[in-house]
Design a protein around this ligand. Structure first.
Ligand SMILES: [Cu+2]
Ligand SMILES: [Zn+2]
Length: 177
């Protein structure tokens, strides 16, 4: 087993990334129909892309076998978690898609969340966006899995929770300008 070095390293030192302060985070809350949902999505810039760390609790779940839920998970281009009676997060609009790609190649398409008795933890890397690009945009959780096929949004159903990506407070040592 070789010790990873700090220079020329082709891997991400995940433990040190997660120990550092995220550059941005979204505080997730459920819609009126899903008041128990809450959580945090943290964003860490690395030289391979953005490490996204999501921890969400209070998700809908089933006690029946073979029915644990899977939730579509995207960054949407809208900037507020507001909407209307039919769609409480309608103003989050469509998936963040600066490259005019098809779903699931939108920059804002992310791996779905797997429920575990109402709790989900997901940690993944994406180089489809930089943190600066998604500051002010919205993270959405849907009540159905993303099928990664149907246009324009993977048939992932109702938007059940939302959060705005906000720049995290800079730590003193990073205040260079
Ligand atoms: Cu979505
Ligand atoms: Zn998409």
């Amino acid at each position: 087993m070789s010790q990873s070095s700090s220079c020329g390293n082709s891997k991400i030192n995940l433990l040190s990334v997660l120990r550092s302060r995220p550059q941005a985070a979204a505080s997730i809350t459920g819609s009126e129909q899903y008041p128990d949902i809450s959580g945090t999505v943290r964003f860490y810039q690395t030289n391979k892309g953005v490490v996204v760390w999501a921890e969400i609790s209070g998700l809908p779940h089933s006690a029946l076998p073979c029915q644990e839920q899977i939730f579509g998970f995207h960054i949407h281009q809208g900037t507020t978690c507001t909407g209307n009676m039919d769609d409480p997060f309608a103003d989050t609009m469509s998936h963040y898609n600066p490259g005019s790609c098809e779903h699931p190649y939108h920059a804002g398409d992310m791996p779905p969340l797997f429920g575990n008795n109402g709790f989900a933890l997901s940690l993944f890397l994406t180089d489809r966006f930089s943190i600066n690009e998604v500051i002010g945009k919205t993270v959405i959780i849907h009540d159905h899995p993303d099928d990664f096929t149907t246009q324009p949004s993977g048939n992932s159903g109702t938007k059940i929770a939302c959060g705005v990506v906000q720049r995290a407070m800079r730590s003193c040592q990073n205040m260079l300008s």
